[in-house]
Design a protein around this ligand. Structure first.
Ligand code: GAR
Length: 188
């Protein structure tokens, strides 16, 4: 059975695109029913449109609370019978409303070997600490910041003093690891 998913992103959306391309190649039996973004100007919106995937773009500041915008999102997800929420560079903490509606059905990817370097700019944090090896983690989402049970990890060697090159290596690993991990998850 094809798994119906929503991808949440706040930025470029390269992970979203990698997932969508894996679906189109027949490597992942899923359908991205909706892209959700809290950044209406983000490049992920352009990518979603290129694939003909509907987008729900919202501005958190137009709502009085997280509960309010998440309740609207939950209604959209339920309308489309979405089974899994896939966070791909969504830079907001998930609140109780979404967590309780999609309990154990929300996953995230993070550009470090968690529990090291949670939060923003994980690659910059790793480089500032001078680590030689960092990596990628896919994990279930709970109420914490990049916490929750770990599903998969892969190591990536830091390119000394070169953030851009290190990031490119991390992205390449993310694109492969996320698809593989989602495939296992949806098949179980
Ligand atoms: C990815 O590296 C992802 O791991 C990271 O944001 C980037 C989004 O890139 N997520 C986090 O830092 C979550 N705490 P993309 O928009 O090109 O997919």
């Amino acid at each position: 059975m094809t798994t119906k998913i929503a991808v949440f992103a706040s930025g470029s959306g390269s992970n979203f695109q990698a997932i969508q391309e894996a679906i189109e190649r027949g490597e992942l039996n899923a359908k991205v029913e909706l892209v959700v973004t809290d950044k209406p100007e983000a490049f992920v919106v352009t990518r979603a449109k290129q694939f003909g995937i509907p987008v729900h773009a919202f501005s958190a500041k137009s709502y009085t609370s997280k509960e309010e915008y998440e309740a609207e999102i939950v209604a959209l997800l339920r309308d489309r019978k979405i089974e899994w929420v896939v966070l791909a560079g969504y830079m907001r903490l998930i609140g109780h409303t979404l967590l309780s509606a999609y309990s154990n059905r929300i996953v995230n990817i993070h550009p470090s070997l968690l529990p090291s370097f949670p939060g923003k700019d994980a690659i910059g944090q790793a480089m500032d600490h001078g680590v030689k090896v960092t990596g990628v983690t896919v994990h279930f989402v709970d109420e914490g910041m990049d916490t929750g049970p770990i599903l998969a990890q892969a190591a990536v060697e830091v390119v000394d003093g070169n953030h851009e090159e290190t990031e490119a290596r991390i992205h390449a690993v993310e694109h492969e690891l996320y698809t593989k991990t989602l495939k296992k998850l949806f098949e179980n």
